[in-house]
Write a protein that binds this ligand. Structure first.
Ligand SMILES: Nc1ncnc2c1ncn2[C@@H]1O[C@H](COP(=O)(O)OP(=O)(O)OP(=O)(O)O)[C@@H](O)[C@H]1O
Ligand SMILES: [Mg+2]
Length: 390
């Protein structure tokens, strides 16, 4: 019996040229880089052929051939690439710290746990306070693993059904028809990594839709809960990575349903300490004066440690995102005082005058900022930050 020809399309992702057949199977590793690149540049597909000696090779064919290949309804599980051999997988995970981009500060154990969870097909939930690198870590994971990926910002989703399932449209010639959402395509893609950013900010309807998708025992989505039986299975090897602000500052916002949270392996992003923050800022802005960057790191760190104390006078610390923002302003010629003025102060409530959170933060800042105008806001004895006794 003659098997249908195997024809792949080349899709560029970053600087890689990946080869996919129409059933979603990836052939990249079987085809030389040069061959893939040439086909991509020529806008052509590649067909797998067998030569007289029995060796297989890949031959450029028109893209029309790719489209005419049957769209297989289901993917045979044998065809999905799964890492082979336990030893290989262990080796990959244990050596994966090299895959972490230098610009992401995350300790080795957590990064390896992240990689391991993805390789093992776990649903991953990155938690931690605002601006501590959750989204950055999730995106870095996606870049590190050479797999098809999809990004959904659930925090920005107004209509969960339309974004996750699709819309019913009407056409006067053909009647009503259903156009499926990108999310459906994503879950049908074998080995896809699907980023569900800001899951905590999503509409509860979105959580309900995701329940069965994320359940290891179910892994399907129902297209129309009202009358239809149609369900779509999550393809093999799909990994979900969600991010959520679950920190002490967020207890007031919607609590993520316990049952939904239960479906995830939770990886908590740590807050950077002053040294790490300084290293990050220096890495990002090597030309900015290091004393200034050191001050930024110290201001952030002091606010964070204060916010975590029992009788904290401020409810939250300055995030790494804000530190990076300040360093960027310094880089663009703003002074430290100006940078702090526009980025930090608006985050703190000014009501209550001298007892306000803003006043307290100003006191911390003043220790590190030399204000050339000379009109000091506070005298030294007003400042009650820890290292005073030093
Ligand atoms: N651990 C970190 N390593 C490197 N950069 C970081 C880190 N944390 C924060 N940053 C910087 O702060 C920016 C914001 O980080 P990111 O968007 O990942 O935060 P987040 O935790 O997803 O925040 P939110 O809770 O608001 O979604 C990043 O673009 C990066 O510049
Ligand atoms: Mg985020």
């Amino acid at each position: 019996m003659n098997n249908p020809p195997i024809i792949v399309e080349i899709i560029k992702s970053g600087n890689r040229f990946n080869a996919w057949d129409s059933s979603g199977k990836k052939w990249t590793t079987e085809i030389g880089t040069g061959t893939r690149k040439k086909a991509y540049n020529a806008g052509m597909a590649l067909e797998r052929r067998t030569g007289k000696t029995g060796k297989t090779y890949w031959w450029k064919v028109s893209m029309d051939n790719f489209k005419s290949t049957p769209n297989l309804p289901t993917v045979n599980t044998n065809e999905v690439e799964v890492p082979e051999g336990h030893e290989e997988v262990v080796d990959f995970i244990m050596n994966s710290y090299g895959l972490k981009p230098a610009g992401l500060f995350m300790n080795e154990l957590k990064w390896k746990y992240l990689i391991r969870s993805a390789v093992r097909g776990k649903n991953i939930m990155m938690t931690g306070q605002a601006g501590c690198g959750k989204t950055l870590a999730a995106k870095s994971l996606i870049n590190a693993l050479d797999r098809p990926n999809f990004y959904f910002n659930l925090g920005a989703t107004q209509d969960p059904r339309a974004s996750l399932i699709g819309n019913v449209h009407f056409n006067k010639n053909t009647g009503t028809y259903f156009s499926e959402a990108l999310f459906i395509k994503a879950i049908k893609t074998p080995n896809a990594i699907i980023l569900l950013d800001e899951l905590t900010r999503a509409h509860p309807d979105a959580w309900n839709i995701l329940m069965s998708v994320l359940d290891y025992g179910q892994r399907y989505i129902r297209l129309d809960e009202a009358d239809g039986q149609a369900t779509i299975k999550v393809a093999d090897g799909v990994t979900f990575v969600a991010t959520a602000n679950i920190g002490n500052e967020y207890t007031a916002t919607r609590q993520l349903d316990k049952a939904l949270l239960d479906r995830f392996t939770v990886i908590e992003m740590d807050l950077l300490n002053d040294e790490e923050e300084f290293d990050l800022l220096t890495y990002m802005f090597p030309t900015v004066d290091s004393d200034l960057l050191n001050n930024v790191a110290n201001i952030s760190f002091l606010t964070r440690t204060e916010s975590l104390t029992e009788n904290a006078r401020i409810s939250s610390g300055i995030s790494t995102r804000t530190s990076v923002e300040i360093a960027g302003l310094l880089f663009d010629g703003f002074s430290l005082l100006e940078s702090v003025d526009i980025t930090i102060y608006p985050q703190y409530d000014a009501s209550g005058g001298v007892d306000s959170e803003r006043t307290f933060v100003k006191q911390i800042v003043q220790k590190f900022v030399s204000d050339s105008s000379g009109d000091e806001l506070f005298t030294d004895h007003d400042i009650e930050v820890e290292d005073e006794t030093a």
